[in-house]
Design a protein around this ligand. Structure first.
Ligand code: APR
Length: 256
């Protein structure tokens, strides 16, 4: 386990599960209730924008007005960012804003953000907490009917890929939290980190992901328990705390 050097933390839906947000591929997940082809592709939006708007409006409404809060896993990450001696970058696949609410600053939303709209005509992206529909006018270009959720649909290019590629090439530690490893390019980041900079790689998840074999170290349990414990261990072994000892042997543990 490195005691210093840049860290990348990749997060997925599993980190937000414990405060009522559904994951995608668990038995009670979003894709068990909706078909991807009907709500999460550019073709679906072209065919039936009302349906796609309703899907995201419902989720936005839940995020803004529901009892959704960061949990102990989200809250541990700003502490890591503050106290680790080198840069810590969170790359999230999540479109919720729970990392920001917890206080994380170095954060890239590679799949977009639910609480923003984007104009298909001029590209204007802005904060948006209401309901989107097909009759609205863009406040930047004045065109009507082109507003969409600022999210990345299947078949579209994720955001910030250059920045993420550069960070993966130089990180000392790559940590994956709460993601099933089904969706690329995020599922391939662990290999980029290993091959690029020879990073140590750790999976923190409820259960082994599809890519579990790609990680040097795996810790299984609910994110709200294993992430704070992992961060605590990292910080006590960091080069800032030279008196502490941290075991770096690759292993597999289960907590909770
Ligand atoms: N703590 C930790 N991990 C958990 C927890 C929990 N409490 N609950 C569930 N998990 C794990 C599941 O075991 C699963 O491996 O989180 C993972 C969630 O996987 P997915 O539902 O596939 O979500 P994710 O990997 O984020 O999906 C990637 O797919 O549909 C697209 O754009 C969407 O960003 C999303 C992408």
């Amino acid at each position: 386990m490195p005691r210093s050097g840049p860290i990348i933390v990749l997060t997925g839906a599993g980190i937000s599960k414990e405060f009522g947000l559904h994951t995608f591929r668990d038995p009670d997940g979003i894709w068990a209730q909706h078909r991807i082809e009907e709500v999460a592709t550019p073709e679906a939006f072209a065919r039936d924008p009302k349906r796609v708007h309703t899907f995201y409006n419902t989720r936005r409404h839940q995020l803004v007005t529901g009892n959704i809060q960061p949990n102990a896993a989200h809250e541990a990450l700003p502490r890591l960012e503050r106290d680790w001696p080198h840069p810590v970058l969170i790359v999230t696949q999540n479109i919720d804003d729970l990392h920001e609410r917890a206080g994380s600053v170095a954060l890239l939303h590679m799949h977009g953000e639910l609480r923003k709209s984007r104009c298909q005509h001029c590209g204007d992206v802005r904060a948006f907490d209401g309901d989107l529909d097909t009759s609205q006018t863009c406040r930047s270009c004045g065109m009507r009917g082109g507003l969409r959720p600022h999210v990345v649909w299947f078949g579209e290019m994720p955001l910030y890929m250059d920045e993420i590629g550069e960070a993966l090439a130089t990180c000392a530690l790559f940590v994956s939290i709460g993601t099933s490893g089904h969706v690329y390019p995020a599922a391939g980041f662990v290999q980029e980190a290993r091959h690029g900079a020879g990073a140590h790689t750790v999976e923190l998840n409820l259960e082994p992901s599809l890519g579990e074999n790609l990680f040097a170290e795996k810790i299984y349990g609910p994110a709200s328990q294993i992430v704070p414990a992992f961060v605590e261990g990292l910080l006590s072994g960091s080069s800032k705390n030279s008196g502490a000892h941290f075991s770096g042997t690759p292993n597999s543990r289960k907590i909770g």
